[in-house]
Design a protein around this ligand. Structure first.
Ligand SMILES: C=C1C[C@]23C[C@@]1(O)CC[C@H]2[C@@]12CC[C@H](O)[C@@](C)(C(=O)O1)[C@H]2[C@@H]3C(=O)O
Ligand code: AKG
Ligand code: FE2
Length: 340
């Protein structure tokens, strides 16, 4: 039997059908099949009818808007992001830059309450909005992770969700703001078409994969997110504030022994309007071991990755640049056979 390569499917399908949109309120056995297919083909899909109340999303969005509207001097009081807090243009610690400003937070309520003090004039209101949003989105992430386990016929359907449900989970939350770039200040004279095209595609957040298990991203009605197909083509993700984008992370690629692909993506600050994204990164506790599930390893599909802790992977990620491939550093060598 010829097993179709997931990477081949990725380019052919995107051209033919567009990116997958999955209705979470649909028939469970059908939904889980669609999710597995999307993770194999793209490492990306959108979900609609996810059940997160509009009010929870609107409250979080308003807190983000209120923060980014503040004068630069006030926003700086919530930074630098070492690793949590406000950042502008610098991403991580290794020289990556983008046309973005952001708030990076740990999802632990104690950490949120601490960070809130420098972020908002009403820290309790800010913390409540963030905690409610994170709680609701974590539930969606867990539901999706359980559907993934069921779709893969793994007997323990909580095998993935238990990692991010753990009280010690190292999950993060990030608000990204891509300011409008074609303001009058950008121009000495009227822009020519090539200038406009260049200005229209400045990089907001450079190409990368997310290191975690699963990312749940929601943006306002302004486009900018793109995902990469294996043939190097960038596919724009149409904005939909009522939907969540689901992004497979590196840890999920390892847990599934490469069956699900962590997708490379980027965000362009390409609009006359500001874009804001709210991003939940579901991660295991620092001490958790990540290795391919036994059910994902067969004589035909031998184990690709060596076991490592989330702390070890995170350390590697933070020592590398945004666009670097980190999983290469965790593949099994021939002489690792005896630990299989
Ligand atoms: C350049 C970097 C920023 C990042 C840490 C890293 O060294 C490499 C991974 C980057 C990333 C991408 C996804 C998330 O936005 C993020 C918070 C994460 O966990 O890994 C960022 C890191 C960051 O901005 O600190
Ligand atoms: O803002 C976006 O759409 C993408 C952001 C992103 O990929 C990230 O924060 O890791
Ligand atoms: Fe990302």
């Amino acid at each position: 039997m010829v097993v179709p390569s997931p990477t081949k499917n990725r380019s052919v399908k995107a051209r033919a059908t567009g990116l997958p949109i999955i209705d979470l309120s649909g028939d469970r056995s059908h939904v889980r099949e669609l999710i597995v297919e999307a993770c194999e083909d793209y490492g990306f899909f959108k979900v609609i009818n996810h059940g997160v109340p509009k009010e929870i999303i609107a409250r979080m969005e308003q807190e983000g808007v209120d923060f980014f509207e503040k004068p630069a001097s006030k926003k700086k009081q919530a930074g630098p992001p070492n690793p949590f807090g406000y950042g502008s243009k610098n991403i991580g610690f290794n020289g990556d830059m983008g046309e973005v400003e952001y708030l990076l937070l740990h999802t632990n309520p104690v950490s949120i309450s601490q960070s809130s003090k420098t972020i908002s004039n009403d820290p309790t209101k800010f913390s409540c909005a963030v905690n409610d949003y994170i709680e609701a989105v974590r539930e969606v992430a867990c539901e999706i992770l359980e559907l993934m386990a069921e779709g893969l016929w793994v007997p323990d359907k909580t095998v993935f969700s238990s990692l991010i449900r753990d009280v010690d989970s190292d999950s993060l939350f990030r608000l990204n703001h891509y300011p409008p770039i074609n303001t009058c200040n950008d121009w000495d004279t009227s822009p020519s078409l090539p200038q406009l095209q260049f200005q229209n595609s400045r990089l907001g957040f450079g190409e990368h994969s997310d290191p975690q298990v699963l990312t749940i991203l929601r943006s306002n009605n302004v486009g900018g997110l793109q995902i990469s197909l294996d043939n190097g083509v960038w596919v724009p993700v149409p904005p939909d504030p009522t939907a969540f984008c689901v992004i497979v992370g590196d840890a999920m690629q390892v847990l599934t022994n490469g069956r699900f692909m962590s997708v490379r993506h980027r965000a362009l600050a390409n609009s006359f309007m500001g874009r804001m994204s709210m991003v939940y990164f579901g991660a295991p506790p620092l001490h958790a071991w990540i290795s391919p599930l036994p059910e994902m390893v067969t004589p035909q599909k031998p184990c690709i990755y060596r076991p490592f802790t989330w702390a070890e992977y995170k350390k590697a990620a933070y020592s590398l640049q945004l666009g670097d491939n980190r999983l290469n550093h965790f593949t099994r060598r021939a002489d690792d056979d005896d630990i299989a």
